[in-house]
Design a protein around this ligand. Structure first.
Ligand code: ASP
Length: 339
């Protein structure tokens, strides 16, 4: 029998409706498990750990991420896999963050949640939870099939750091436009072995303990101007800017943009070019409107998601990657987060 640790952080999956205010709020984990007697039929031992105060994932912060990482570290030898129950709103950020914090994973860490609470008649929570546990239990030759941080939602397992929440309405809330799914659930679980992350087998798990959140996401829009840009780059202690550009990494070619970015780079602030499109890649130099960024040594985010870029930055700043190596390391795929 495989042993699985369920880590309950909160989210809609475990919420109840407050009939006075009509809003949803997190509730007790034991009640959540009582609602799923089906779990007893699974061929695995399930233990659980719950946040003392379960949260709506809009309240997640870096301290919670470090906590989840340390719970996994503490249970790493005892359990074969981990399922993290989490609100969908920021699940892609959390799955990305955990993928960077947990280096050389050899066991599955599967994030899941739901669009409707587990107690609702039409809930999507049961399928998401039960299949996530099954996926976390998958073994071949005494080894976990999935050896990375995944996100399971509505019949698909994705690489966590490739996902984005696209819908607040559909059960299929997430997409991974730049990387195919790892497993699909139909009558059988279909595993796409070629898509699974291949880790370096000789290396042991390293759990990183520091994230530096002195970063900012700056989304370009027509009308964006010099004073906005200069107030951002003057934020005290700012270490990196994710510039969400248009299309294949394009931005206005006006002098004020070049001047401000030059000042930022001289101050030691890292500038990362990430496209605001949900799919596709930054290709600096493809258009005239990105040549100036290339000239400023702006870092290419390639086809990384913004969620993954921001958490990769926090991780890299946390481990103290030097300024000299920063561009090379960021442009290298560390956990399969970019092609
Ligand atoms: N607001 C909820 C949360 O992210 C939404 C959900 O769980 O789907 O915690």
């Amino acid at each position: 029998m495989t042993k699985i640790l369920l880590i309950y952080t909160g989210g809609t999956i475990g919420m109840i409706r407050d009939y006075k205010t009509e809003s949803l709020r997190p509730f007790n984990f034991d009640k959540l498990l009582q609602n799923i007697p089906e779990l007893n039929q699974l061929d695995c031992d399930i233990d659980s750990f719950s946040f003392e105060n379960p949260i709506d994932s809009s309240n997640i912060n870096t301290t919670h991420w470090l906590k989840i990482a340390s719970v996994i570290e503490d249970g790493y030898d005892e359990y074969d896999g981990f399922v993290v129950l989490h609100g969908s709103d920021t699940m892609s950020y959390s799955a990305s963050a955990l993928s960077f914090l947990l280096e050389n994973l050899s066991k599955p860490v599967i994030f899941t949640g739901s669009q409707l609470p587990i107690g609702d008649l039409r809930t999507d929570a049961k399928e998401n939870l039960i299949t996530s546990i099954q996926i976390a239990s998958l073994q071949q030759n005494n080894k976990s099939v999935v050896q990375e941080v995944g996100l399971y939602f509505e019949y698909k397992l994705y690489r966590g750091n490739r996902t984005t929440k696209l819908s607040a309405e559909h059960f299929e809330a997430f997409s991974s436009l730049n990387y195919p799914s790892l497993i699909e659930s139909g009558v059988h679980l279909k595993i796409f072995y070629d898509n699974l992350f291949k880790r370096n087998k000789k290396k042991k798990l390293i759990v990183h303990k520091k994230l530096d959140s002195n970063v900012v996401i700056l989304k370009l829009f027509p009308g964006f101007n010099s004073s906005l840009l200069s107030s951002f780059i003057n934020i005290p202690n700012l270490k990196a800017v994710i510039l969400e550009t248009y299309g294949a990494g394009n931005a206005p070619t006006e002098d004020w943009l070049i001047e401000n970015l030059k000042i930022a780079v001289e101050k030691g602030i890292h500038i990362i070019n990430v496209t605001q499109c949900s799919g596709g890649s930054v290709i600096m130099g493809k258009y005239d409107t990105s040549k100036h960024l290339e000239g400023l040594q702006v870092i290419s985010g390639k086809d990384i998601t913004t969620e993954s870029a921001v958490t990769k930055l926090m991780y890299m700043l946390g481990v103290g990657v030097s300024s000299k190596l920063f561009k090379t390391v960021f442009e290298t795929s560390l956990r399969g987060e970019m092609s």
